[in-house]
Design a protein around this ligand. Structure first.
Ligand SMILES: Cc1cc2nc3c(=O)[nH]c(=O)nc-3n(C[C@H](O)[C@H](O)[C@H](O)COP(=O)(O)OP(=O)(O)OC[C@H]3O[C@@H](n4cnc5c(N)ncnc54)[C@H](O)[C@@H]3O)c2cc1C
Ligand code: HEM
Length: 421
């Protein structure tokens, strides 16, 4: 427990540390990775290039310290971080490593010796925060241990099928090498995949949402190839390894499905709004919802395309630059043809001459909710958003303007630090 005096010491120094920004995080990561090189296989070395992860971890510690009188400030993001940590197999002893390096970095940036009471105050603050995470993560590890088919640590999977879904996205069907059962994950959840990246001579972990239907004897992920964003930059390490160097029959490692973005209620209308590769969790949700509501007789009787009055509806709204980069397009339209409770609405920024409005796409341009039929956006539905952060912000605002309650809007960001909209 921190004394009042310690709390004050911590609060007084937050502004200086925040101002040092990159200095603190840079020093911290460099020191930690130099002294604990095994962590290079835990942290995202791509984020080390871009600085994204550095800001996230140290930023969260600073946000906590700044609000030390009201530790609830981190509550909304704790669940997200905890799921990610568990998915990366982060354990209690790792917190000592982070803590020690963070304290040395604070001492360095503030130019105070490690023996100073200020560092003692920061140590107490960090221990409190670490304690919250360690306890919450233990609960999740225990859950995995008691869930049939689930596992702890890394499990070897064979790539049983590799399938190109668009110019940029390829699916990987993954089967456990031990031949044992898989857990009944929640549609929308992700796995962390770990693979050896030759350029780094290291294994690297990344999260991928499952695009498959829970209950299948495989897990499917659909991965976008991350090309260099600027001249002279490298492509994404893991996505390009998966696209270029991993073939059918090869082995990758996965941690158990995790994540707090998942379908909450199949008994209400569900509106799934995605852009680009953000459709992966939506595909899993759609498969799951359709399996839940499958009723072949009524489907045959009513024909596709006519909403069945007795069924809860799924509205799948998707934005893509063009059909060339629209993954899983055929799979989705087949599902819509076969199920009258699935309505799709596709927005392409560019359309081709032979593409038919109302069939191949529904809007030429960016996804604008004002152009979507009003019945696709029911007031009492649950809403799920996944795509680039600016896209999600835009859709979130548009939904609020339409009077959708914010408690019914759920979102997933595919990067670090995007802790909800
Ligand atoms: C919950 C969750 C679910 C996800 N689900 C999916 C999914 O279903 N499908 C999917 O494809 N992805 C998904 N992702 C994203 C995925 O985890 C990876 O982030 C993505 O594949 C990129 O990883 P990478 O190793 O290829 O790129 P990284 O090596 O991590 O690089 C990231 C980006 O930085 C760029 N870069 C290269 N050099 C530099 C430099 N010097 N400075 C700045 N930038 C540079 C790279 O080109 C790349 O675009 C998900 C992420 C999360 C958190
Ligand atoms: C109190 C201590 C910690 C805090 C406050 C913290 C905070 C965070 C935050 C905010 C994120 C980003 C979540 C997101 O936006 O997706 C994150 C991710 C992550 N954390 Fe922690 N963390 C702590 C401890 C640790 C420890 C002990 C480790 C392991 C040594 C660790 C490893 C990671 C990794 C690997 C990621 C994924 C991000 C990436 O790969 O770039 N964290 N953490």
């Amino acid at each position: 427990m921190l004394t009042e005096e310690q709390k004050q010491l911590v609060k007084d120094t937050v502004p200086v540390l925040k101002e040092s920004g990159v200095a603190l995080t840079d020093y911290f990561y460099k020191r930690m990775l130099r002294n604990n090189p095994h962590l290079k296989e835990v942290f995202n070395m791509g984020h080390q290039r871009s600085g994204a992860q550095a800001k996230a971890l140290a930023g969260a510690v600073l946000a906590y310290a700044e609000n030390i009188d009201d530790p609830g400030v981190l509550a909304p993001v704790i669940e997200l971080i905890v799921h990610k940590h568990v998915s990366l197999n982060i354990k209690a002893p790792d917190y000592n490593i982070v803590g020690e390096n963070l304290l040395h970095s604070i001492s360095e940036v503030l130019s105070v010796p490690m023996e100073d009471p200020l560092i003692g105050a920061w140590e107490a603050a960090y221990q409190d925060l670490a304690g919250i995470f360690i306890a919450a993560e233990k609960k999740l590890y225990d859950e995995h241990q008691s869930t049939p088919g689930s596992w702890l640590g890394w499990r070897a999977f064979t790539v049983s099928r590799k399938m190109k879904e668009s110019e940029e996205i390829t699916s990987f069907y993954l089967k456990p090498e031990d031949g044992q059962a898989l857990p009944d994950y929640k549609p929308g959840q992700y796995v962390t995949l770990r693979v050896f990246v030759p350029e780094l001579n290291l294994k690297q972990p990344r999260q991928y949402s499952l695009s498959s239907q829970p209950g299948a004897d495989y897990l499917r992920i659909s991965v976008k190839r991350e090309d260099p964003r600027a001249e002279g930059q490298d492509p994404g390490y893991v996505s390009s390894t998966l696209h270029n160097a991993v073939s059918e029959g090869d082995t990758v490692e996965l941690s158990a499905p995790a994540g707090n973005f998942f379908l909450l209620n199949p008994n209400v209308d569900n509106v799934l709004i995605s852009a680009g590769v953000g459709l992966t969790p939506m595909m899993s949700m759609t498969h799951h919802l359709l399996a839940e509501t499958a009723d072949p007789n009524s489907r045959l009787a009513q024909g596709a395309g006519t909403p069945a009055p007795d069924k809860k509806q799924i509205f799948f709204l998707h934005a893509a630059r063009s059909s060339d980069v629209h993954a899983l397009r055929q799979e989705l339209s087949t599902l819509a043809d076969q199920n009258n409770n699935l309505q799709i609405f596709i927005a392409y920024e560019q359309v081709k001459e032979n593409e038919v409005h109302g069939k191949d796409y529904h809007l030429h341009g960016r996804l604008d909710l004002n152009a979507v039929p009003a019945e696709y956006l029911p007031a009492d539905a649950d809403y799920y958003l996944c795509g680039p952060v600016p896209f999600m912000h835009e859709q979130y605002r548009a939904l609020l303007e339409r009077g959708i309650a914010k408690e019914r809007i759920h979102s997933e960001a595919f990067g670090t630090g995007g802790v909800g909209v």
